[in-house]
Design a protein around this ligand. Structure first.
Ligand code: CTP
Length: 453
């Protein structure tokens, strides 16, 4: 049961005090100039969903819209407000994006505010000269600002300035949809204009356990069937911003705890086609993703590697090899991801050609140690089961073997330090792996036999 705000006191009772203080200072600065200030978007949604009177809600991402005119046509009201706030909070970094009349204040690991991002926009509307292009800007009222947003639950504003401070502006039924627990889009063209909203809708649905409102689901299917994915998957100088946003949404989804259900829903809607028209979440891909999680849990509990990115790599590795490079390029993936996916086909055939004939553990180690962990995991996921077993054995057991003697021992035994050490230690390791030697005494006998002084 989601209550409607009636006064600012209720807002204060939910928020962490330091955030409340920041919003108060911002609204005072706006009031002083006779402007209106609104909290908009996801922060309002999260506030409405937050526990009543808990007094601890920390929002990491705050969107403010200021409705007012600055005396100079070049400076938006939002920019001026941000400048004043920055004076009050000197630890914040100020960023100004002139063309869109927006400003942002950023705190990084601040003792009070931790990591916080506050966007301050001047009330405006966006129109799309062609679908999925970058928005152009034009000053307008708060209603228009809200109307350009994605879903009703993200399109509410909370007035922070008086008179009527604390009033919820809900033109499109956002509150009702929060109560009905549904994701509803504002207008029919929304997904055509911005296909990444499909991914956002799925993310919110899964995150809050909401359902997709039936008409909205129809719009999504219509957008996909009308080929919007061509714009997301084709290299096109007019849409790089779209691909950047798609990647950001993929990141949001793949690093969230609910990523698996989100992928499932994206697949049900046919939306994985935005990554590549042939991508389907079939049984095989699901198995690979499950195995990836087991590997990451076991071998990378410290998160040395970027897990969401490895999940994305597995999705792309599921495509036919000839499609992979283009997708990695379109999504502007990191160099190491690009390299892994580029080399995957070749590495896999190398492993498939050699591994079955390698009977001794030392041979397996010799072959597999040329690959780093993320590459080896990727190879394992796409390998036939018998090879997977050997790779698993390598990762869990053999890769951890150490030679029974080290360089110091060799020195004590009278071997002259030099390049030969590497060879000796490798041979000792191989003999240990293959069970030829089991303890130091046997290791010394092995040395005496193969490397007489
Ligand atoms: N928005 C939109 N269309 C997009 C991206 C964003 O309409 N493609 C609007 C929504 O109103 C959203 C707001 O911009 O609430 C802020 O976007 P963002 O910070 O990305 O999302 P949040 O809703 O704040 O969600 P989250 O909690 O995941 O940050």
């Amino acid at each position: 049961n989601v209550p409607k705000f009636t006064n600012l006191g209720e807002l204060r009772d939910r928020l962490a005090p330091q955030l409340w203080q920041l919003l108060t200072k911002a609204s005072q600065a706006a009031e002083k100039r006779g402007w209106h200030l609104y909290l908009v978007g996801g922060a309002v949604r999260d506030l409405l969903l937050a526990e009543k009177a808990a007094g601890n809600l920390m929002i990491k991402d705050i969107d403010l819209v200021v409705d007012g005119f600055h005396k100079s046509a070049d400076v938006g009201a939002g920019v001026e407000l941000a400048k004043e706030l920055q004076q009050l909070y000197p630890t914040a970094r100020l960023e100004i994006h002139g063309a869109f009349q927006t400003a942002a204040l950023l705190w990084h690991k601040d003792p009070e505010l931790d990591s916080l991002w506050v966007d301050i926009a001047t009330a405006r509307t966006e129109f799309y000269p062609y679908p999925a292009a970058n928005p152009e800007v034009e000053a307008s009222s708060i209603r228009q600002d809200l109307y350009r947003r994605d879903f009703t639950i993200n399109a509410m504003a909370l007035r922070l300035t008086s008179p009527r401070a604390g009033e919820l502006l809900d033109f499109f039924g956002g509150l009702q949809d929060l109560q009905a627990q549904q994701i509803r889009v504002l207008h029919a063209n929304s997904f055509i204009e911005d296909p990444t909203r499909i991914y956002r809708g799925v993310r919110f649905a899964v995150r809050f356990g909401f359902k997709m409102e039936p008409q909205t689901e129809e719009y999504i299917r219509y957008a996909i069937n009308s080929g919007i994915y061509d714009r997301t998957t084709q290299e096109n100088s007019r849409t790089p911003a779209l691909q950047t946003r798609l990647k950001a949404e993929l990141k949001n989804i793949l690093e969230a705890p609910y990523w698996k259900s989100a992928l499932q829903l994206l697949d049900n809607l046919g939306a994985l086609q935005c990554i590549h028209p042939t991508l389907k979440l079939d049984e095989e891909l699901l198995r690979q993703l499950r195995l990836l999680e087991r590997c990451l849990q076991r071998f990378d509990s410290q998160q040395t590697f970027i897990h969401w990115q490895m999940r994305l790599e597995v999705l792309i590795a599921h495509l036919a090899p000839e499609y992979r490079a283009k997708v990695t390029q379109n999504l502007q993936m990191q160099e190491d991801s690009i390299a892994r996916l580029k080399n995957l086909a070749q590495s896999l055939s190398q492993v498939m050609a050699s591994l079955p004939s390698h009977q001794r553990p030392s041979q397996v180690v010799q072959l597999l140690r040329q690959y780093d962990l993320p590459m080896l995991i990727l190879i394992a996921l796409v390998s036939p089961r018998s090879l997977r077993r050997q790779i698993w054995q390598y990762l869990t057991i053999w890769a951890n073997f150490q030679p029974l003697l080290n360089g110091n021992d060799l020195k004590k035994l009278g071997y002259k330090p030099g390049p030969q050490y590497r060879q000796i230690l490798d041979d000792l390791l191989a003999a240990t792996l293959d069970g030829v030697i089991k303890n130091r005494t046997e290791a010394e006998e092995f040395l005496a036999k193969h490397y007489p002084r």
